[in-house]
Ligand binder design. Structure first.
Ligand SMILES: NC(=O)c1ccc[n+]([C@@H]2O[C@H](COP(=O)([O-])OP(=O)(O)OC[C@H]3O[C@@H](n4cnc5c(N)ncnc54)[C@H](OP(=O)(O)O)[C@@H]3O)[C@@H](O)[C@H]2O)c1
Length: 348
């Protein structure tokens, strides 16, 4: 018995902003009979994560391709792995049986053959307490990124001030919610009025602004932080990082999660004033979600509790069908998504 699996791939390397026309759908045939002893698992993919970092994998070259095995280069024609939730359809792995739900590294494809040696990249989903998509968004790697970066890199204390960029996005909205729960003063920036309203009206941010409506970012940021910024959670880089550093307090911390404004333009680079960094003793630290895998259980337990008790909102933006993946991905760089961008490929 076999299944045909359609998958999304790139037609060629992408070095600027991605367009739908850069992608195509190809088909592969997979056998349902797996080699006994191989530990392989065949998964039918239900929900997959759409993430900005994938663009760096699609370039001719990016430093990220060397730095992490999760971000290796993608070649034209190759399947593209991504985080997601699926259902086991065949298993030669004693840890899984048919119809088990799993979460972990699957792909932008209808079925993923998880090889035995890669089976550590998936785990069984034993709970049906929350919608499955939550395990791709707030209870998935976006949540872990926010949790690891905010608590370990920013090292927040109650009452401190926090600035978050791309604040209505997947990681940003969660950072802001953790910061409010801790008792910080939180300001976010985002690219539309609808996003700004979401931050203040639903997520409890103290203030938010539309960065596309300001001509002078440094003075805008100053207006929202008259007493300075203690922590900046950076999702965008570029001029936003420069404006944040100029407004940081003594011993401020910058958690560099990502620099999306620089992903589509190789010439664009932040040039923060390094005198500020020296004299204000600012710490600027990059990090990867993978650095905080040891915190995963703690993160899941605390975050589930916040969601269960209505203290945290889960903000998702779900499209449907494998074919919608290129548009969903393109939209990340145009600011189309509100919250975690996910594509549902199939019903359970
Ligand atoms: N370090 C890690 O392990 C890790 C893990 C996950 C994500 N990340 C990084 O975290 C950042 C956010 O990722 P995410 O998954 O949460 O994505 P996201 O925020 O859900 O989606 C991307 C958002 O970025 C904003 N954006 C796009 N182009 C921009 C530009 N030129 N300038 C300013 N904002 C821009 C858009 O919102 P607006 O409408 O507000 O512009 C867009 O909706 C990215 O840099 C990503 O690479 C890092």
């Amino acid at each position: 018995m076999e299944v045909k699996s359609r998958y999304v791939t790139i037609k060629h390397h992408i070095n600027g902003a991605p367009k739908q026309s850069d992608f195509e759908v190809q088909t592969v045939t997979l056998s349902l009979s797996l080699d006994p002893g191989s530990n392989d698992v065949l998964v039918k993919n239900l929900y997959v994560s759409i993430d900005p970092y994938q663009l760096n994998r699609m370039k001719d070259y990016s430093a990220s391709q060397m730095a992490s095995k999760y971000a290796l280069a993608v070649l034209p024609g190759q399947a593209i792995n991504s985080y997601g939730v699926g259902r086991v359809v065949a298993s030669a792995n004693p840890s899984y049986i048919k119809d088990d739900l799993i979460v972990g590294l699957i792909g932008w494809e209808e079925y993923t053959l998880v090889r035995g040696e890669d089976a550590i990249m998936i785990r069984k989903l034993d709970t049906t307490e929350f919608p499955l998509s939550y395990h791709v968004s707030t209870l998935g790697l976006s949540g872990l990124t926010a949790y690891g970066g905010f608590f370990n890199v920013c090292k927040p204390k109650k009452g401190e001030t926090v600035f978050v960029s791309a604040a209505s996005g997947s990681v940003g909205n969660i950072v802001g919610q953790y910061a409010k729960l801790l008792g910080c003063y939180v300001v976010g920036c985002a690219g539309t009025k609808q996003k700004v309203d979401l931050l203040t009206d639903k997520l409890g941010f103290d203030a938010a602004f539309n960065y596309k409506e300001t001509t002078d970012l440094k003075s805008t940021v100053k207006r929202y932080f008259p007493d300075g910024i203690d922590m900046y959670f950076d999702n965008v880089g570029g001029e936003m990082l420069e404006a944040a550093v100029e407004n940081m307090n003594m011993f401020g911390r910058v958690a560099v999660c990502g620099v999306i404004s620089e992903y589509t333009d190789a010439k664009r680079r932040a040039g923060p004033n390094m005198l500020d960094v020296v004299y204000k003793r600012i710490t600027i630290q990059g990090f990867l979600a993978a650095d905080y895998m040891n915190d995963f259980l703690d993160f899941i337990s605390k975050t589930s509790d916040h969601i269960r008790n209505g203290r945290m909102h889960v903000i998702e933006d779900i499209s449907h069908s494998l074919e919608s993946i290129p548009l969903a991905f393109e939209g990340l760089f145009a600011g189309d998504n509100i919250g975690k961008k996910i594509v549902q490929i199939a019903d359970i």
